[in-house]
Design a protein around this ligand. Structure first.
Ligand SMILES: [Zn+2]
Length: 269
């Protein structure tokens, strides 16, 4: 093979590799991006769930990216209020969401959010508040402290919305309807009691139940306005209020992945 031919081959192999890795060829997607984070900071060395950890430094760079590109972070409560008033949602609106309610969200993410003046949405596992991530198998993720009601109150005063992520983080399709109703209703009542505001948003633990008509109906009947899934992509809230798609921000994402996520709705195949 001639050198020129070999070089051409190598170049197209590289391009093919890049296109499988990154969705730069995908057209820009319309809709509301809802970023999904879990833990902010440095994972414990034995963590088997490292992709769920975004470093504080990378989180700050991502918030800086949003600012540079003039995105406008909003809460899902604000999206509901806009819809009720018949106001259009800004095409630059973005939601920054966190699942579970780890103390590291308060310690590491909140100071960054405050620096930028950005609101966010945190989904609490209500029985874990002020305690630990009891639902995790300690073989995959060691015990981590969760934020307290006091932390949550402080965040709420700075514009953070709190939603429910159930009482105990169960797989909702694996338990009786009566228990599902309890997980949805009790968590909602306790959040209302401690934070003085009825939560309007719910997030399915593990995304389980997000495609189940019966579970979705129970979420609606419990009084929630929106429910967040783990389906990847941007969302049109009015069309899929009980299965909002989200953008999973992985711990090993580069800023280029973040850019693709924000513009295309996904960074990878
Ligand atoms: Zn969760």
């Amino acid at each position: 093979m001639s050198l020129a031919l070999w070089l051409t081959g190598a170049a197209s192999a590289a391009v093919l590799g890049a296109s499988a890795r990154w969705n730069w060829w995908r057209p820009r997607a319309e809709g509301l991006p809802i970023l999904m984070y879990h833990k902010i900071g440095t994972p414990p060395p034995d963590s088997r769930l490292k992709k769920l950890w975004v470093s504080t430094d990378m989180f700050r760079r991502q918030m800086e990216w949003l600012k540079t590109h003039r995105w406008e972070p909003v809460t899902l409560r604000q999206v509901a209020e806009k819809q009720d008033r018949g106001d259009p949602l800004s095409p630059r609106a973005v939601v920054i969401s966190f699942d579970d309610g780890y103390l590291n969200n308060y310690q590491n993410a909140f100071p960054v959010l405050r620096d930028y003046g950005y609101p966010a949405v945190v989904f609490l596992v209500v029985q874990a508040v002020g305690w630990e991530n009891f639902w995790h198998d300690p073989a995959t993720e060691s015990r981590l402290p969760m934020m307290s009601w006091k932390n949550a109150e402080e965040m709420q005063s700075a514009g953070v919305e709190f939603g429910s992520h159930t009482m105990t983080h169960p797989r909702l399709t694996g338990i009786e309807s009566k228990q599902v109703v309890e997980e949805l209703g009790k968590s909602r009542r306790i959040i209302t009691e401690f934070l003085g505001r009825e939560p309007v948003t719910f997030a399915y633990p593990y995304g389980n139940g997000q495609d189940d008509e019966k579970v979705r109906r129970l979420v609606r009947d419990a009084g929630y306005r929106w429910a967040c899934s783990v389906h990847q992509g941007k969302s049109v809230p009015t069309e899929e209020p009980y299965c909002l798609h989200r953008i999973f921000v992985r711990g090993d994402d580069s800023l280029f992945d973040f850019h693709l996520n924000m513009t295309r709705g996904r960074a990878r195949l």
